[in-house]
Write a protein that binds this ligand. Structure first.
Ligand SMILES: C[S@@+](CC[C@H](N)C(=O)[O-])C[C@H]1O[C@@H](n2cnc3c(N)ncnc32)[C@H](O)[C@@H]1O
Length: 194
């Protein structure tokens, strides 16, 4: 849902799959002992009522994000009760959290100078053929935008023009897919992005 009072006891039903988004957000931003400063997550709340809302979490600015689903749900609930800003105007909510109107296409437009791929099991593998698994971590610091969907596939319109990359034939839960990507980036595995 993009507006109204988030049913904190029904995050996987009445609210749409907000539980899936929260797990992916935690996988993307949190390490076992801190926050990834080089990571930003934009949640696209497309379920209405009314126009979609985007909520951005910036790891570099975030303060006090608790590694706990309920507390993050509480934060989302506060944002959903704030009037929706115009498309493209990112309005600060608290340190490291902003929101704006708009949908995926607006985010992709904002990311136009960044390499963007959509994670999809049916695409070519994300890593280069026979890419060695480094034994010394050499984090890959490149700018890369990753698009994941929730429990539903991206629509044809949303996928349009997006390059797909796979993490293997088995469809994983979104937060697991995020974890695999962080592993590849943290270890510096050669990626197949051409
Ligand atoms: C639970 S999956 C979504 C499954 C959904 N039925 C679909 O067909 O998109 C959530 C997201 O995780 C990512 N994902 C899961 N498994 C993947 C894989 N093997 N390769 C690439 N991305 C994957 C995709 O971005 C997917 O949209």
């Amino acid at each position: 849902m993009s507006k109204g009072s988030l049913p904190l006891n029904d995050l996987s039903g009445g609210a749409g799959r907000v539980d899936v988004l929260i797990r992916a957000l935690m996988a993307a931003l949190l390490t076992s002992h801190g926050v990834r400063k080089n990571t930003e997550v934009i949640l696209h709340m497309m379920g209405g009522p009314g126009p979609p809302r985007r909520i951005k979490f910036n790891g570099h600015e975030l303060r006090g994000l608790h590694a706990e689903e309920r507390s993050i749900a509480g934060t989302l609930a506060k944002v959903l009760n704030i009037p929706l800003p115009p498309i493209g105007r990112w309005q600060p909510v608290t340190a490291g959290i902003e929101h704006s109107g708009g949908a995926l296409k607006h985010t992709l437009n904002e990311w136009k100078n960044t390499k963007v791929i959509a994670l999809d099991a049916n695409g070519p593998r994300l890593w280069k053929k026979e890419a060695p698994l480094p034994v010394v971590s050499k984090a890959n610091e490149m700018d890369i935008g990753l698009v994941l969907s929730d429990d539903q596939p991206l629509s044809g319109e949303e996928q349009e023009g997006l390059e797909l990359r796979s993490l293997g034939d088995t469809w994983l839960q979104g937060h697991m897919a995020v974890g695999v990507v962080h592993f590849l980036l943290d270890e510096g595995v050669a990626l197949n992005l051409e």
